[in-house]
Design a protein around this ligand. Structure first.
Ligand SMILES: Nc1ncnc2c1ncn2[C@@H]1O[C@H](COP(=O)(O)OP(=O)(O)O)[C@@H](O)[C@H]1O
Ligand SMILES: [Mg+2]
Length: 159
């Protein structure tokens, strides 16, 4: 529906993008974060959570699969399914019991969504790319796949 691409020359830009996206997080939103290992997915979530007022350490859920935050009456779940086998069967995801977290009251942000078959559809898809040249930062493409995602991006681009 809506999409755009931005350069992110430094880590600070990735954090700032997360901060800008924080302002358009509304209950019920599902955000997919894609990109190779080290592309900056967790960094972006860190920027987003900082902007929402999370002051403690923002850990990567690589080993725990999930980190839970409650910020200004918003439940925010940060998932990382890197350790899933990616077999294509939804069983792995269903057995975690995390399906119930994808509800109208929660924001769900998912690293490695492509490994979790059966995941609810995204409202926003964020793809981080690492350019071939060394030290050239990152590029990001953002896609809105639903009305909720599109109105999120509308607010995002206005700021
Ligand atoms: N725009 C950027 N340019 C250069 N380095 C970046 C940028 N964004 C993040 N990084 C760095 O890349 C690494 C990404 O780590 P992380 O966010 O854990 O990646 P992922 O969660 O995608 O595996 C970190 O060392 C971070 O400092
Ligand atoms: Mg990560």
């Amino acid at each position: 529906m809506t999409q755009f691409t931005l350069p992110l020359p430094t880590e600070a830009d990735t954090l700032a993008l997360g901060g800008a996206l924080a302002d358009c997080m509304v209950p019920g939103l599902v955000v997919y974060l894609s990109g190779e290992l080290g592309a900056g997915k967790t960094t972006l979530v860190r920027g987003l959570l900082r902007k929402l007022g999370v002051s403690g350490k923002v850990k990567s859920p690589t080993f725990t699969l999930i980190e839970v935050y409650e910020v200004s009456r918003l439940y925010l779940y940060h998932f990382d399914f890197y350790r899933f086998t990616g077999s294509g069967s939804p069983r792995e995801f269903i057995e975690t019991g995390f399906r119930e977290h994808f509800n109208p009251q929660s924001v769900c942000i998912v690293e490695w969504p492509e490994k979790a078959a059966g995941l609810p559809a995204a409202d926003l898809r964020i793809e981080l790319q690492v350019p071939a040249e060394a030290d050239s930062g990152r590029n990001v493409s953002i896609f809105a796949d639903s009305e909720a995602g599109a109105s999120c991006l509308k607010r995002f681009t206005m700021t």
